[in-house]
Design a protein around this ligand. Structure first.
Ligand code: B12
Ligand code: SF4
Length: 502
């Protein structure tokens, strides 16, 4: 088995568009005898507070349409996933780890109708073999799907398709890896008509937003860092790939003009890694005088910001950014290979605020070997910064990451994960020096202290639309009921910190 990723080149946007008119005239879009015409893309319904247009499925839809397929997209968080099987020839389902069980249920449904099924997404690309076995799908896409899905749908024999896995004569077969595409522009934009921002409820990433309708976009894929808890480099690639800033701003302009979008959420893993890229996007927005505000709710690196860049970002409409701070302890930052100097955090947060951009802080608790004092130190540090929002998430061993291997080999005790509780609040890997129950308490205590401050609480309320209040209540109740390491939902007695926290 060849597992070495191979970078491959793709066509330019203009070339691809030209090819669309000649579907049969090239190898990439060749129709094999088993050509599947009508493709159903599904993101399953699962328990969620955030309901955002699914960019991944949007991109797959674009790729399929270009190759002449008819595409239907059902997002279970927006609509009921109900279909007449006679309307489809192939079903394609996406899955993150948290909703892998729901994805499996969709696979079973489609298979009961006799439809061929391919699954993909961050969970299955990290766990292809178990995903195939547990779901019962016909194919697993082990990586970026933009080309693989076209090849599967074209009826190409599976053994010729890089980056997929399947079963042949009862044996699991993994084809050679498909590298990450070097030319993101060849993928165009997601099929926005199928993930129309106006058809989604007001439940954006980060829960709050300034304007509505709102659309997420990506301007880059990948991240060159290797933080050992993060699966972004596995999902989106271990090096930066950039879209042409002009095409990015074309997309923003189109979203504003055609869909009435008033706010953009840039979901890149590392938007400011290349200062030149970030500058170009901002300058192009300013040059075209686009009336839109934008934010970075997925987080940016603290060490990839400077006052001039921040000023430009603010001028172009950026009003909010989340900062990946993670821990106040250099020991922890070093063991998880964050490559961040804790000493610069306070100054950068100040720079962000001074530029007129609101700063949120992402922190994590329950790292391997982390002590109680270290967790408390992180919470205290977070509380001492001028942030308007904080998130203390539990360190979760996402499949494919180095810490997943550590968890599996040293702490899992041979047990398997209940994926339905595999999120940053409910799962506890039991590898910290602190018990799971204590981590849950500290997580709640940190949030309680931060949002217990009237100005922080009011800030959220002011940003929310009245129709979101029910969701807020549900979210708070959920956080307070988050599960600890033993897997049982427990009512915790009033938490009394055992060290002085003042
Ligand atoms: C935006 C985002 C979100 C958004 C929206 C997600 C969405 N609807 O797509 C929101 C805010 C909702 C979200 C939530 C969470 N997220 Co998130 N998110 C992202 C982020 C930053 C970008 C995703 C994106 O749009 N990428 C761009 C598109 C083009 O890529 P894509 O969706 O991966 O799709 C491509 C391929 O994966 C593949 N593909 C995908 N599906 C399919 C299906 C088929 C059939 C095929 C062939 C191919 C295929 O082809 C697509 C096109 O190339 C990623 C980071 C990353 N780099 O992936 C994390 C990421 C996906 N999230 C992650 C996590 C952990 C979460 C949470 C579980 C965190 C939490 N709170 O506990 C929650 C889920 C909440 C819940 N209730 O379960 C992890 C997932 C790891 C995993 N093993 O599942 C990631 C990778 C980040 C990380 N920390 O490592 N997230
Ligand atoms: S946490 Fe951020 S910097 Fe680290 S690997 Fe993930 S995306 Fe890259």
């Amino acid at each position: 088995m060849n597992t070495k990723p191979q970078a491959y080149d793709t066509k330019t946007l203009a070339e691809i568009n030209k090819m669309t008119n000649a579907v049969d005239g090239n190898t990439q879009f060749k129709k094999w005898p088993n050509w599947y015409k009508r493709i159903l893309l599904i993101s399953p319904r699962y328990d969620a507070f955030i309901v955002a247009p699914h960019l991944g499925l949007g991109y797959l839809a674009t790729a399929l349409r270009r190759a002449g397929h008819e595409v239907t997209l059902m997002d279970g968080l927006r609509q009921e996933v109900k279909y007449d099987p006679s309307g489809f020839d192939l079903v394609a389902i996406t899955a993150m780890s948290t909703y892998f069980p729901e994805a499996c249920a969709e696979v079973r449904k489609a298979k009961a109708f006799g439809l061929p099924v391919i699954i993909g997404g961050p969970h299955v690309l990290a766990e292809p073999q178990t995903s195939l076995t547990q779901s019962g799908a016909d194919y697993v896409c082990v990586g970026e799907g933009d080309i693989a899905i076209v090849e599967i749908s074209s009826g190409m024999p599976p053994e010729q398709i890089p980056g997929i896995a399947y079963k042949k004569d009862g044996q699991f077969v993994t084809n050679p890896t498909r590298g990450f595409s070097l030319n993101l522009d060849s993928f165009g934009s997601p099929a926005w008509d199928l993930i129309d921002p106006r058809t989604y409820p007001i439940a954006p990433h980060g829960m709050t937003a300034k304007e509505w309708p709102l659309a997420p976009i990506i301007t880059t894929r990948g991240c060159p860092y290797r933080c050992s808890y993060c699966s972004a480099p596995i999902t989106a690639g271990g090096s930066m790939r950039y879209r042409n800033p002009e095409y990015v701003v074309d997309e923003i302009e189109m979203l504003v003009n055609k869909y009435g979008v008033k706010e953009i959420q840039i979901e890149d893993d590392n938007f400011t890694f290349s200062r030149a890229h970030a500058v170009s996007v901002c300058e192009e927005i300013i040059r075209r005088k686009i009336k839109v505000c934008w934010s970075l709710p997925n987080g940016v690196r603290i060490d990839r910001l400077d006052p001039e860049l921040l000023a430009l970002m603010q001028k172009s409409g950026c009003y909010l950014m989340a900062l990946g701070i993670e821990s106040a302890n250099q020991r922890i930052l070093d063991i998880v290979k964050k490559k961040l100097d804790k000493e610069i955090v306070r100054k950068v947060v100040r720079d962000v605020i001074d530029s007129g951009i609101e700063a949120w802080g992402f922190f994590m608790v329950g790292f391997p070997t982390e002590t109680r004092e270290e967790i408390v130190n992180t919470i205290e540090f977070a509380l001492s910064l001028p942030l308007t929002r904080v998130q203390f998430t539990k360190t979760t061993p996402l499949p494919g990451t180095p810490i997943y291997e550590v968890w599996k080999n040293e702490y899992s005790g041979g047990k398997t994960i209940d994926w339905s509780r595999f999120n940053y609040y409910d799962f506890n890997p039991q590898w910290s020096a602190v018990s799971g129950e204590e981590i849950s308490k500290l997580q709640r205590w940190g949030h309680k202290r931060f949002y217990g401050r009237p100005k922080n609480f009011m800030h959220i309320l002011m940003r929310m639309k009245p129709q979101q209040y029910g969701m807020l209540l549900k979210r708070v109740t959920r956080l307070w009921g988050s599960r600890s390491g033993d897997g049982l939902r427990k009512k915790s007695p009033e938490f009394q910190p055992s060290v002085s926290l003042q």
